[in-house]
Each structure stands twice: as structure tokens, then as C-alpha cells.
Ligand binder design. Structure first.
Ligand code: TPP
Ligand code: SF4
Length: 300
């Protein structure tokens, strides 16, 4: 596993951008662009990522970048890849499609599913800030149960969709789950994906101080706490072989139990007033998922 001190020092996300203070997307994006060595075309739909990048000539990313309509990220990425191939330039750069959870779990899922069926040749990263944040926090298919958004005033009732599992069910060669709170885990997974072909899917949790309602200084701490509870799990599935990685693998090995979900929920304003019953339901859901991951990690 790469150490933080071993990450490439070249930055492709330049200082000064329009994201909120403490935004998790920037941390993850730095690791992603380092792993791709800046040799990439980014395709992304309307989202906080668009705002973070800004507009030419004051863009904060020094890579070629195409903004596309909301539902079409994966289709556009497939088209860019086909265009590079037609020009004989396919080996020069990686095509990276990157969208939020709204643009992935809900609005972009049909194009993504089609690309996975065809095994189109690009990396797709869903950064998961767990709601439609750019438009002021509406619930998405990836919002956790109990979270208040502007469209779930009393707290969302449903657990989130398991998008990595949906992608795995398509039979693609590489699927991973990671967190921006662990940039080296992000880096290693993107590096591995870069060395493969076909559709590679990476789901990256990105804490959002504005939408989750916490102090921007706590982004990394809360991102790590989510992993300690098992709400966010670091893993990869390579050619059908599952393994936990980083902190999640360490948790699986140690006798130390996971942090109770309640300790995580109380750190964020979006869960204010959540009922004991909902906390218990979320805990049960997390425990059941964790047991399945443990069984797969052990190769059962
Ligand atoms: C077809 C369409 N519908 C709605 C919008 C408005 N819109 C722009 S960004 C956004 C939210 C995107 O949410 P998500 O994909 O989760 O990314 P985030 O903003 O959280 O980064 C919405 C609804 C749009 N641009 N296009
Ligand atoms: S709303 Fe959240 S995801 Fe969007 S820029 Fe601000 S902190 Fe980042």
C-alpha cells in the first residue's frame, strides 16, 4: 500500500477553487489525478465537481475536461474513448468519468449500466456526498436512512442503494469502494484501475460539511469514523475476487469492534432528532452488510 509520503508531488488540482471549505471531493480528486499522472480526459455532469473545477480561463484543474448533460456521463465517456481510438491516440490517456451520487445512483444509472454491459473502456468514479449537494441537498438513492435533506424533512426512510454491488452484478472486471478520508486507498485503487481495461467502477465516499452540517475541519475525521462504523467499507473486487482493504481490512483482523453507528450519526446536523428506532435499524443494516463482507473477505 502506498504511503502518503510516497504519493507523487505533482498537483493537477490547483490551489484556489470554488468548493466549500473542507469539501471531501478535492481530497479525493487530488489522489485520483496523481494516480492518472494527469494523463486523462475528465467527463463529468452538472454537480459540485463542475463548480470546484470552475470555468476557463480560471479553471482549477490542469487537465482536459468535458461537461456533459446530467444523464449522459457514461455514454459521453464511451464516445470520447471511441474518438481517441479512431485517432489512434487511445494509449495516450485514460478517460475518467466522474459524477456525484445523484448523477450516478439515480440520473446516470441507465447510461452507466449500458456502458458496463458493453464493458466500455474507461474508469468511472462516483464521488458520494450522499445527496444532490450542488442544488442545496436533495435526497438521492445514496442518502443514508435517517438523514434530513430538503426533500426528506423528517429524515430519509430508506437505506441507500448499493451501487458498487449493482456494478459488480454487471460482471465488470474491477469494482472498488473507497473514501476520500484515505487518499492512499483512493490512489492505489485508481492506479490499479489504470492498469486494466474495460469498465472500471470506483465508489468514493466524500464527506460534505455544508450538506451534512459539520465543522469543515472534521472532514477527514468523520470520513474515517464512517469507515470505523462499517457504514463505509473499503474493498475491491478484482475479476470476481473480493478483498477488504486498508482500515476495513484492519478492522476485520482486529478484535476491536466497530464503532457504533450512533456515535457517527450524532456528529452531524443532518441526523439531528433521528429516532432511537431508526438508529437501531441502521445499525442492524450495517451489521448485516459487514457480516457479508467478512464472509467474502475470508473467501467463504
Ligand atoms: C437534467 C438536469 N436536471 C437537473 C439539473 C440541476 N442540477 C445541477 S447539479 C444537480 C445536483 C447534482 O447532484 P449529484 O449528482 O449528487 O452531485 P453533487 O451536486 O452532489 O456534487 C442538479 C439537480 C441539471 N443540471 N440537469
Ligand atoms: S456542497 Fe458539499 S460536496 Fe458540494 S462543494 Fe460544498 S462541501 Fe463540497
Amino acid at each position: 500500500m502506498t504511503r502518503v509520503t510516497e504519493l507523487p508531488t505533482t498537483e493537477h488540482l490547483l490551489s484556489g477553487n470554488r468548493a466549500c471549505a473542507g469539501c471531501g471531493i478535492g481530497i479525493g480528486l487530488r489522489a485520483i489525478t496523481k494516480a492518472l499522472d494527469g494523463q486523462m480526459v475528465l467527463v463529468n455532469p452538472a454537480s459540485c465537481l463542475t463548480v470546484l473545477g470552475g470555468m476557463y480561463p480560471i479553471a482549477s484543474l490542469d487537465i482536459p475536461w468535458i461537461n456533459v448533460a446530467f444523464p449522459s456521463t457514461a455514454a459521453a465517456a464511451a464516445g470520447v474513448r471511441a474518438g481517441l481510438r479512431a485517432m489512434g491516440r487511445e494509449d495516450e490517456m485514460t478517460v475518467l468519468a466522474m459524477a456525484g451520487d445523484g448523477g450516478t445512483a439515480d440520473i446516470g444509472i441507465q447510461a452507466l449500466s449500458g456502458a458496463a454491459e458493453r464493458n466500455d473502456d474507461f474508469i468511472y468514479v462516483c464521488y458520494d456526498n450522499e445527496a444532490y449537494m450542488n442544488t442545496g441537498t436533495q435526497r438521492s438513492g445514496s442518502t443514508p436512512a435517517g438523514a434530513r435533506t430538503t426533500t426528506t424533512w423528517a429524515g430519509k426512510r430508506e437505506n441507500p442503494k448499493d451501487v458498487p454491488a449493482i456494478m459488480e452484478a454487471h460482471g465488470i472486471g474491477y469494482v472498488a469502494s473507497t473514501s476520500a478520508a484515505y487518499p492512499t486507498d483512493v490512489y492505489d485503487k485508481v492506479l490499479k484501475a489504470r492498469g486494466r481495461s474495460g469498465l472500471r467502477y470506483i465508489h468514493m465516499n466524500t464527506p460534505c460539511p455544508s450538506g451534512w452540517n459539520f465543522d469543515p475541519k472534521d472532514t477527514v475525521r468523520l470520513g474515517k469514523l464512517a469507515v470505523d462504523t462499517g457504514l463505509v467499507v473499503l474493498y475491491e473486487v478484482e475479476d470476481g475476487v473480493f478483498r477488504l482493504t486498508g482500515r476495513s481490512a484492519a478492522l476485520a483482523k482486529s478484535d476491536k469492534s466497530r464503532t457504533p453507528v450512533a456515535d457517527y450519526l450524532k456528529t452531524q446536523g443532518r441526523f439531528r432528532g433521528v429516532s432511537d428506532e431508526t438508529v437501531a435499524e441502521v445499525q442492524a443494516w450495517v451489521d448485516e452488510r459487514w457480516a457479508r463482507y467478512l464472509a467474502r473477505h475470508a473467501g467463504e
